[in-house]
Ligand binder design. Structure first.
Ligand SMILES: Cc1ncc(COP(=O)(O)O)c(C=O)c1O
Length: 459
């Protein structure tokens, strides 16, 4: 016990000193960001444009991106593995996106009337995601909001089931138990319904019932207890806001069958997984087709776009205006021109083959370094995405994820950053994303930095 306590104290002080040294270096490299932050605070709340951009030790302000690289306002180049929180599968200034957007911008950027690209993109989404009918939105939040409304409209029921630790955007119904603290979660078999931010009314929170990921028994119990009252369940088929957590074999099929037996609906949130884990998202990769699928992020090739697809039965309620699905910018022609390039020219079978090869290299090299330095860590990856989870135990749900050691993540993030690789901030929550424009030398830089980190904090 005393030996264990000593080791923990050693690791604490080692990580503290690595973080202190790297933060100092980080700040010294970014004087122009510091100036912009000070100026921004006078006109932008918190000095940023989204609260997630407030990161430690300071937000990094960017000037531009090209291919697999981004450049900060101090002129420093980074291999971009941040990927704009999962929207960056095309990489930056991809020639097909530049051509498509340039052509469209000269022909008008907004009409609020349909244009032909909407059909071309919808046809390809239908083929890839195995759902026949589509509509477009402007974000992941809008897609999951419409999905929840639609499930309620179709069933005439108010309750929805949501997975603990799942993030589906910032509308009320899904802002429940997103990243609850260990002290707040309640019993594992009946998790508390914890508001994810202020401003979420209790009455709405009470309509969202929480279950653990990979816990089929919990879904069955909730449906038994509320038979005839559940509109549907929303979940990421592969959890991607708690590192990466794969579904157990049979879990997704089991959830679908339990819901359908009670005439409730299944909605996959593929905002992150769609396009990044494979050409047809987790739906095609895992072989389970939901009633509704939500897309956003990479589908727009770096422009602002979301989409919602559904079965013929589900989308009949949209087609006949039983559920009115609207938005001034829905089907925006500029975004759809980029999406057309994305689905026909960029997210091709060959691109996914190249990504799989790169992923194999990263998995192998990082795995070898983790073993060499006896790090309490494992690499979890699929498609273009990956993360290092600092846990020796497998992580199957949010309760396991709470036990993941987050102390390593910030040190790793800083060392990658100072070594010219931009990973997504937010520690153990996020994953890296490679784009179709990343090549071996980009990933070699990442692996080299990881080797430095492993040597600094490992055995
Ligand atoms: C799984 C998932 N769903 C929905 C959203 C919300 O998307 P947006 O930020 O485009 O509203 C996110 C955003 O990170 C997400 O990760």
């Amino acid at each position: 016990m005393a030996v264990h306590a000593d080791r923990t104290a050693d690791i604490d002080s080692l990580l503290d000193s690595v973080v202190a040294e790297q933060e100092k270096l980080f700040l010294a490299r970014q004087p122009r960001s510091k100036e912009l932050i000070e100026r921004a605070r006078r006109s932008l709340a918190g000095g940023v444009t989204s609260s997630w951009q407030i990161t430690r030790p300071q937000a990094v302000w960017l000037s531009h991106g090209s291919g697999s690289k981004i450049y900060d306002v101090d002129g420093t180049e980074y291999v971009d593995l941040h990927g704009g929180y999962g929207a960056g599968l095309a990489g930056h200034a991809h020639p097909a996106i530049v051509d498509a957007v340039r052509a469209q911008v000269a022909r008008g950027t907004h009409f609020a009337q349909p244009t032909e690209d909407a059909i071309l993109v919808a046809e390809e989404l239908a083929r890839r995601f195995r759902l026949p009918l589509w509509r477009f939105t402007n974000s992941g939040t809008e897609s999951t909001m419409d999905a929840v409304h639609l499930m309620r409209a179709i069933t005439g029921r108010d309750l929805i089931i949501k997975v603990e630790g799942g993030y589906h955007g910032h509308h009320d119904s899904v802002q429940v138990s997103v990243q609850p603290d260990a002290d707040d979660v309640g019993p594992a078999d009946r998790p508390n319904q914890v508001a994810a931010s202020s401003g979420i009314p209790e009455a709405i929170r009470n309509l969202t019932i929480i279950v653990g990921f990979n816990d089929l028994g919990a879904v069955s119990r909730v449906i038994d207890e509320h038979s005839g009252e559940i509109a549907g369940m929303i979940l990421e088929p592969i959890m991607m806001n708690a590192g990466i957590i794969m579904p157990d074999p049979g879990y997704l099929e089991g959830v679908r069958d339990l819901l359908h037996a009670d005439d409730a609906l299944l909605c996959f949130d593929e905002v992150k997984t769609g396009f990044t884990v494979g050409p047809g998202g987790a739906t095609a990769a895992l072989g389970v087709t939901p009633d509704i699928t939500c897309l956003a992020k990479s589908v727009g090739g770096g422009l602002v776009l979301g989409a919602l697809g559904g079965s013929a039965d589900v989308m009949e309620h949209v087609a006949n205006d039983d559920y009115e699905m609207v938005g001034t910018f829905n089907g925006n022609p500029l975004s759809l021109s980029a999406a057309r390039a994305m689905v026909y020219e960029i997210a091709t079978p060959e691109a996914y083959e190249r990504l799989a090869e790169l992923r194999g290299v990263v998995d192998r090299e990082l795995g070898a370094l983790i073993d060499k330095h006896s790090l309490p860590a494992r690499v979890v990856s699929i498609g273009a995405k990956g993360c290092v989870t600092f846990s020796t135990e497998p992580v199957r749900n949010y309760r396991d994820f709470l036990g993941v050691d987050d102390r390593y993540n910030h040190a790793h993030w800083l060392m990658q950053h100072n070594g010219g690789v931009f990973l997504p901030p937010w520690g153990k929550t996020e994953q890296w994303l490679m784009s179709v424009q990343h090549r071996r030398d980009d990933m070699d830089r990442f692996i080299e930095n990881f080797a430095g980190f492993a040597a600094a904090v490992g055995g």
